[in-house]
Design a protein around this ligand. Structure first.
Ligand SMILES: [Zn+2]
Ligand SMILES: [Zn+2]
Ligand SMILES: [Zn+2]
Length: 304
């Protein structure tokens, strides 16, 4: 009697190396450019739009290890990467801040190019994804234009010191950066006039930015007297709002609503949200014209 095991062991192997039809290397190589063809990669058209890449606070939402209602929610608007936006300006695409989620955000939103980066401040959740610009530099074959204040530049030079060493590092790639210093003064960028907005963020001074009738003001809990006039006549205000209760460096929900009502933009979007903000619950409590932002939300840059 022959066991199944013996039959199996006597049988020819189901698959041998001789069964494999060699694939000429040339045919593989010749297919590689197709994978990179623009026709097969539907990049998003950002013209005239501001897109929320991320709307979450520094640890993101869900929070690692948390089982609260928001962190376990099925609502995709409660899934928040770290706070950042990207704008389609007349002469290119502008990224504001480089979060630790940058690569994920760019892939999710099918962003194929960035022409400049602008920084609000030097906190980790706004800076530490900078290395992810490497493929963007490679595509345009030039360093990335990085607009920031001196404090942010110093942080970047410390955190990414390998990118600035005088002896070139062989192997791997480096983020290539061309700094352009900004201050409180307005400046031109990618065909648009940018007005910096000085904001208080606890003991720190940070910058918001105004582009025409839209202002972006994240990471703040204090608007200095000199900034209020720069917020007049807005169509769209994007404003920091961490959680329902007060916080030493971010606006609470009641504080953000009070600012929104005082600025009186047509629409206000709240961002930098923590897991204490359940999208549906808090949205229902907001006054008309004030909304919670969410990852992937796109708004028009509107009138200049
Ligand atoms: Zn932040
Ligand atoms: Zn939670
Ligand atoms: Zn911050």
């Amino acid at each position: 009697m022959t066991s199944k095991i013996e039959k199996t062991s006597n049988a020819s192997p189901a698959f041998t190396a001789s069964d494999v039809t060699p694939v000429p290397i040339a045919s593989v190589v010749s297919k590689a450019p197709e994978l990179l063809s623009p026709a097969t990669v539907p990049f998003q058209d950002m013209a005239g739009q501001l897109l929320f890449l991320g709307t979450g606070t520094s640890v993101g939402v869900p929070v690692v290890g948390c089982r609260c209602q928001t962190c376990t929610s099925d609502d995709p608007r409660n899934n928040r990467t770290r706070t950042s936006v990207i704008l389609g300006l007349p002469e290119g695409t502008l990224l504001i801040d480089t979060t630790p989620d940058l690569r994920t955000q760019l892939l999710r939103e099918r962003i194929g190019s960035v022409d400049a980066v602008l920084y609000t401040h030097d906190h980790v959740d706004h800076v530490y994804g900078l290395d992810d610009i490497r493929p963007l530099c490679y595509h345009v074959r030039r360093p990335m234009r990085v607009f920031c204040e001196e404090r942010v530049e110093k942080r970047i030079c410390r955190a990414f010191d390998y990118a600035f060493e005088t002896t070139p590092v062989l192997g791997g790639g480096l983020p290539k950066i061309a700094f352009e210093r900004i201050t409180d003064q307005a400046f031109d960028l990618l065909g648009t006039r940018v007005i910096p907005l000085r904001l208080g963020h606890g003991v720190f001074d940070v910058l918001g930015f105004r582009f025409g009738s839209l202002a972006y003001c994240t990471d703040t809990n204090r608007i200095p007297a000199e900034t209020w006039p720069l917020l007049e006549g807005l169509d769209t205000l994007i404003l920091d709002c961490l959680r329902p209760s007060p916080h030493p460096t971010h606006f609470s929900v009641p504080e953000a609503i009070a600012v929104a009502l005082q600025v009186n933009a047509r629409r206000t979007f709240l961002t930098h949200l923590s897991h204490e903000i359940d999208h549906a619950t808090i949205s229902a409590a907001l006054p008309a014209g004030v909304e919670l932002a969410y990852d992937g939300l796109s708004v028009s840059l509107g009138r200049g």
